[in-house]
Ligand binder design. Structure first.
Ligand SMILES: NC(=O)c1ccc[n+]([C@@H]2O[C@H](COP(=O)([O-])OP(=O)(O)OC[C@H]3O[C@@H](n4cnc5c(N)ncnc54)[C@H](OP(=O)(O)O)[C@@H]3O)[C@@H](O)[C@H]2O)c1
Length: 340
């Protein structure tokens, strides 16, 4: 695709994967540049066999760029996304900065791609890494019967904290496995090796974490259901990559297991796993892939209109990089950004 790209936050956990996913999906930009903080200037990255310098994120860096794929902390995006738009680019942003802005669509290409036409600020927000696979899995079920309520508990991997989370977890794991004192956490809010953490995010005023509130509000926005009841408990678990979600979903009418499975089996982006064949979604299988895996589909014995399911997806890929690259491809395919 003959468009000019900039990857912002190119040295981070998501930014590195954006580069890889662009390669895998055969993106052939007319020009591409890789931007990060002053700390990374002097480093190089490889794209399609060619070495590129990491450049400093600064306003002039956006000259001539058509699509910006950004994955920086939210504060950096708040400052730089409008600068990129003023320079003529459309920004696909992975941070939480723009997700709830009514003028920025929150897009999962399998669910609401038409929203890409309504980026009134020139910014497309990429949803949270829990909300994306949840929406991918629930969309085909919502098409069978309107959703009434979602209750979700997550099992989120260390890489959700980015590159620093993975470094922290690796240091802890080595000591934990050796039976030596585990170093104090540097990115996670408590020891993660051999442990689970229910407060690995900032606590908001309503007693829920920032992550739990994101899952509630973003899921409603993606599904176009501002009234939908959503309740979330987010938990960090000692896994490197891929988030799991235990979901209880209530519909307007009873949905049978076979009816749900038939819809899931043909849904874009979903891989349905069959427990009768001993298959069940696991982080070690989802990591490194772009699919949303769904399994353990069961009737809820306490509610005739509800189902239970288990969802797993790679948080860095479908939960971030892959979804952003899919949005960029859709922007071009729909003629919103024209090759030149
Ligand atoms: N990890 C996930 O599962 C996930 C999923 C969905 C969305 N997200 C969101 O995506 C964003 C990036 O996450 P990540 O996990 O990739 O984080 P990360 O590994 O910490 O990477 C952050 C990136 O932002 C760059 N950056 C930081 N401050 C900067 C500044 N002042 N100017 C320019 N560049 C700056 C860093 O560059 P340097 O290396 O030069 O510091 C790095 O490239 C975050 O907003 C996060 O919430 C993450």
């Amino acid at each position: 695709m003959d468009v000019s790209l900039a990857v912002v936050g190119a040295t981070g956990a998501v930014g590195e994967l954006i580069r890889r996913v662009l390669e895998e999906q055969g993106f052939t930009p007319s020009t591409i540049k890789f931007l990060a903080s002053a700390k990374s200037v002097g480093k190089t990255v490889t794209f399609r066999g060619k070495e590129y310098p990491v450049e400093l994120l600064r306003p002039e860096a956006f000259d001539g760029v058509q699509i910006v794929l950004s994955s920086t902390p939210a504060g950096v995006s708040k400052e730089y996304a409008p600068i990129a738009v003023r320079a003529g680019a459309i920004v696909v942003d992975n941070s939480s900065a723009w997700r709830m802005d009514p003028d920025c669509p929150l897009v999962v290409p399998e669910v609401n791609p038409e929203e890409l036409h309504h980026a009134r600020k020139g910014i497309v927000a990429n949803p949270n890494c829990v909300a994306i696979p949840l929406a991918v899995a629930l969309k085909p079920l919502a098409d069978l019967s309107p959703l009434r309520r979602i209750v979700v508990a997550t099992y989120q991997s260390s890489s959700g904290k980015g590159a620093t989370g993975l470094i922290d977890f690796a240091a802890q794991l080595t000591a934990y496995a050796a039976g030596t004192p585990v170093p104090k956490p540097t990115a996670h809010r408590a020891q993660l090796a051999g442990n689970v953490i229910t407060l690995d995010w900032t606590l908001d005023d309503n007693g829920y974490t920032e992550e739990e509130n994101k899952v509630v509000h973003e899921t409603r926005k993606i599904l176009g259901r501002p009234d939908l009841g959503v309740s979330a408990t987010c938990v960090r678990v000692p896994v490197k990559v891929a988030h799991c979600e235990a979901v209880n979903v209530e519909f307007a009418r009873p949905i049978g297991v076979e009816e749900a499975k038939a819809a899931l089996a043909k849904a874009p982006g979903v891989v349905l796993m069959d427990e009768t064949k001993g298959e069940f979604p696991q982080p070690i299988h989802a990591a490194g892939t772009d699919h949303t895996y769904v399994g353990r589909v069961r009737l809820d014995p306490s509610n005739p209109n509800a189902l239970n399911l288990w969802i797993v997806a790679d948080n860095l890929r479908k939960g971030a990089a892959t979804n952003a690259v899919q949005c960029a491809a859709e922007l071009v395919r729909r003629g919103i950004v024209k090759p030149r």
